[in-house]
Design a binder for this molecule. Structure first.
Ligand SMILES: Nc1nc2c(c(=O)[nH]1)N[C@H]1C(S)=C(S)[C@@H](COP(=O)(O)OP(=O)(O)OC[C@H]3O[C@@H](n4cnc5c(=O)[nH]c(N)nc54)[C@H](O)[C@@H]3O)O[C@H]1N2
Ligand SMILES: Nc1nc2c(c(=O)[nH]1)N[C@H]1C(S)=C(S)[C@@H](COP(=O)(O)OP(=O)(O)OC[C@H]3O[C@@H](n4cnc5c(=O)[nH]c(N)nc54)[C@H](O)[C@@H]3O)O[C@H]1N2
Ligand code: SF4
Ligand SMILES: [Mo]
Length: 745
């Protein structure tokens, strides 16, 4: 098939960049090779705008089709600030989501036991009736609040509206308590504002970039990788703190191979050095911050010598890197990271990151953190949503008050019946999240699912989560549907359109259609006044002086900022949205809630003898568990490997490519085996694997049984007391060289 051949040609270019390992940053220029191919084609191409759903950077681009109606390629929209006209390897391979033969094709109703993936085909009519009937029945018994929605991705908006109209606000995405929640709480309680997505980091103009385990390059958020690449060309000095020699560590002036779980000690000693050496922005700190004296006293004893004993980073390196940051200030970024739920004290670690940025004056400054702008697009008025009488918070009295979003793991916990609760959740709608591989502690996720009276899953693929559904509603892919306008913050306000490039395959439907059909059965159509999403989009666009017709032609529309406020004015004394109106070095809200108002380092458990800390992360050509079966991306990487230090491999007699099984500290044995990769790039006390493999769903023909799922091994969860984030890095594994007895599937 031409599309696939073309893809392989281009992906080979991309793979060239990746396989020489440390040049993932080159991928952007490698992929521009695509442009020349266009001239070679003698056919007429048509193009439709989209924004990518392969990850949540949401790059806007074009889907090019040939005369025969097949997709030729997907590439970036030049006008788009997220992609700058280029897609990453995953986005380019996104067409595999459309072509994948394993896709869900029609609604399915469970016939066997939950978890066994035994279903019969059903009509939409029957499947939707089943969802609505169950919602009505359970609501009359327990109240509408007993229904929860777990979602990730574009469809979430419609199902959220449906649930709110129904009377429940129990709606959560794993991108909070399993991902960026701690950093948002830390930054809100320091600067009064969120980091947001895309991050407001002004990397392109930065002179010093400090990455604390944020492995940009493997973490392939397109525009961010491009900015790092540009900054490298302009001579940015990068300080990477990572127990693993990541791709970006290879581009760094300093690589600090820190002992895992000790970052907070390093951060506190940096704060100590900056304050005691006077290496901070005195004018900015004096005008804008609250609590410098308290902080100075707090870190008095946290010297580099103190941190050395904890982190294994030498005192002179700590001082030298602190000086490096100060020399670049305010054009310096101590990057907040994104997947930051590591050790349960993550909000405090991120508070230390925020404090360092405050001392260096980088918030609101060029090359530090800019002030993002968002396009204002009105929503069509609908009747107010009813006020629920209960929310998920009732299950956690007095806990997690500083969490500003719902916890997906909290909804899961509160589904398991407990004598202390009058009602646990009885029904879940799950859309676009493979919870079994996403939430840590699989046994608990399964216990929750088993105690549900009803679970409906909206997905595009047969996945671990769909195996547990009572009814599966197959959504068409992002290439086959309209979705809400992308209105993400960036340097300039902008909107982007997604429209169908192809007709929905088989008997699949868009999430908007599905949500509206359920709403119709529940008598809630007044919340979905537009039969077709495109009519709603046209209405919205006309309110802001555009139209669907215009957006179909241009895909992305960028507006000018209303004010010159991307950075603070020189010498500005800024008003911050915090209780003191200042940047809070000392957090008054934390103090009020009974938490340490300034971060305190406490040691974490270490691996027992013969065990190694399980470390995990991203590969440039995959997104979580959603792409491992994608035919194009599976071609680039079809399983994960276990990185093991040569010293450890020698001790265990392990050889390159040997297959081993893992057992964790709680006796959990991996379902499948994994290939050994012997490499100096990982410390001797840890092992590393890419997240998203080890699928246990047989219907995923390419990826079933390939590699190990890190989630399976994460049975110890270290919950952040401040906001409920699920720390996942406190798990230790040992090696089994023989195939263990058959383990549960
Ligand atoms: N062990 C472990 N757990 C983690 C992480 C980790 O690194 N390790 N990372 C954490 C982080 S940072 C995050 S953000 C979360 C991500 O968590 P998830 O978003 O749950 O990640 P995926 O595994 O990609 O699951 C996505 C699901 O959505 C489906 N899907 C894809 N496109 C569509 C669509 O258009 N419509 C619908 N309806 N479904 C679609 C896929 O088939 C898949 O079942 O995971 C968190 N959990
Ligand atoms: N290709 C690709 N890119 C993605 C995604 C994807 O699925 N695929 N997902 C996106 C999403 S939603 C997210 S949240 C981000 C996540 O990406 P990031 O926030 O950048 O990464 P993390 O997963 O938090 O961190 C992984 C790194 O932390 C290091 N690490 C482990 N333990 C420690 C420690 O104790 N201290 C320190 N200093 N470092 C440690 C690991 O060695 C690894 O290099 O990636 C985004 N980008
Ligand atoms: S970074 Fe890549 S996968 Fe993510 S939205 Fe952009 S092109 Fe798609
Ligand atoms: Mo994430």
């Amino acid at each position: 098939m031409a599309t696939r051949r073309q893809f392989l040609k281009t992906s080979a270019l991309g793979l060239g960049g990746i396989s020489i390992g440390l040049s993932a940053f080159k991928y952007v220029s490698d992929f521009t090779g695509l442009q020349q191919n266009a001239a070679d084609l003698t056919v007429n191409l048509t193009r439709t705008p989209t924004y990518c759903e392969i990850c949540f950077w949401k790059c806007a681009g074009w889907v090019y089709k040939k005369e025969d109606g097949s997709i030729w390629k997907i590439t970036g929209n030049e006008e788009d600030q997220h992609s700058n006209g280029r897609f990453c390897p995953r986005g380019t391979g996104g067409v595999g989501m459309y072509t994948d033969k394993d896709r869900l094709k029609t609604p399915l109703i469970r016939t066997g036991e939950r978890g066994k993936h035994e279903f019969r085909e059903a009509s939409w009519e029957e499947a939707l009736d089943m969802v609505a009937d169950n919602m009505k029945k359970l609501s009359s018994q327990y109240g509408p609040e007993c229904v929860a929605l777990l979602n990730h991705g574009s469809g979430g908006k419609y199902f959220s509206d449906l649930l709110k109209a129904f009377g429940s606000t129990n709606i959560a995405a794993p991108s909070y308590a399993q991902c960026r929640g701690p950093r948002e709480v830390a930054f809100v309680n320091t600067f009064g504002e969120l980091i947001e997505s895309p991050e407001r980091t002004d990397i392109r103009d930065s002179k010093c970039l400090v990455l604390i385990g944020s492995h940009i390059g493997e973490n392939m958020h397109n525009g961010q990788v491009q900015e790092v690449s540009d900054a490298i060309d302009k001579g940015v000095s990068i300080i990477t703190v990572d127990p693993r020699f990541s791709v970006v560590a290879s581009k760094s002036k300093f690589w600090l191979p820190i002992k895992p779980a000790t970052d907070l000690a390093l951060l506190l000693s940096w704060i100590h050095v900056l304050i005691n050496e006077g290496w901070y922005d005195k004018d900015y700190v004096e005008k804008n911050t609250y609590g410098l004296d308290l902080l100075k006293e707090h870190v008095k004893t946290m010297t580099p010598e103190w941190a050395y004993g904890i982190t294994t980073i030498k005192p002179d390196v700590i001082r030298e890197t602190a000086k490096e940051m100060f020399n670049a200030s305010p054009a310096v970024i101590i990057h907040p990271g994104r997947h930051v739920t590591w050790y349960g004290d993550d909000t405090q670690r991120l508070r230390a990151v925020a404090i360092l940025n405050a001392l260096l004056g980088s918030w609101g400054r060029r090359g530090g953190f800019y002030n993002p702008a968002v396009a204002s697009v009105p929503n069509y008025p609908h009747p107010p949503f009813p006020t629920p009488s209960r929310t998920w918070r009732d299950a956690f009295p007095g806990q997690f008050n500083l969490a500003d979003e719902t916890l997906a793991s909290g909804l899961c916990d509160a589904t398991i019946p407990a004598p202390t609760r009058s009602c646990s959740f009885k029904a879940w709608l799950v859309s676009g999240t493979n919870l079994i591989n996403t939430l840590p502690d699989q046994a608990k996720t399964l216990e929750a699912i088993k105690s549900l009276e009803f679970i409906a899953v909206i997905d595009t693929m047969p996945m671990e989560i769909t195996s547990w559904a009572d009814v599966i509603l197959p959504e068409c892919t992002y290439l086959e549907r309209y979705d809400t306008l992308r209105v993400s913050p960036h340097r300039k306000p902008a909107i982007a359109l997604r429209m169908p490039a192809m007709e929905p395959k088989d008997n699949t439907k868009s999430a908007y259609w599905i949500a509206r059909e359920i709403a119709s059965r529940l008598g809630l159509l007044e919340y979905f006044p537009f039969e077709k999403l495109e009519d709603y989009l046209d209405w919205q666009l006309k309110q802001i002086g555009s139209s669907l017709e215009e957006m179909q032609k241009i895909g992305v529309k960028t507006f000018e900022r209303e004010q010159d406020d991307m950075y603070f004015q020189p010498g500005e004394q800024h008003e911050f949205f915090t209780p003191t109106g200042k940047i809070e070095l000392y957090s008054t809200s934390f103090a009020e809630e009974g938490f340490d108002p300034m971060p305190v380092y406490t040691p974490h458990p270490e691996p027992p003898e013969g065990y190694y800390r399980l470390n995990y992360g991203r590969a440039p050509m995959h997104t979580f568990s959603r792409t491992s079966n994608n035919p194009n991306l599976n071609d680039l990487m079809d399983e994960n490997a276990l990185w093991i230090n040569p010293k450890v491999a020698k001790d265990w007699g392990l050889k390159k490519d040997q297959r081993i099984w893992l057992q964790n500290q709680d006796g959990k044995i991996s379902n499948f085996s994994i290939k050994v990769r012997v490499t100096e790039r990982i410390r001797w006390d840890s092992v590393y694997m890419v997240h998203g493999f080890g699928h246990a769903t047989k219907q995923l023909s390419r990826t079933y049984g390939k590699g190990i799922s890190d989630t399976e091994m994460i049975t110890n969860v270290m919950t952040d007391p401040i906001m409920g984030g699920t720390g996942m890095r406190g798990n230790f594994v040992t090696f089994l060289t023989e195939k263990p007895e058959e383990v549960a599937s």
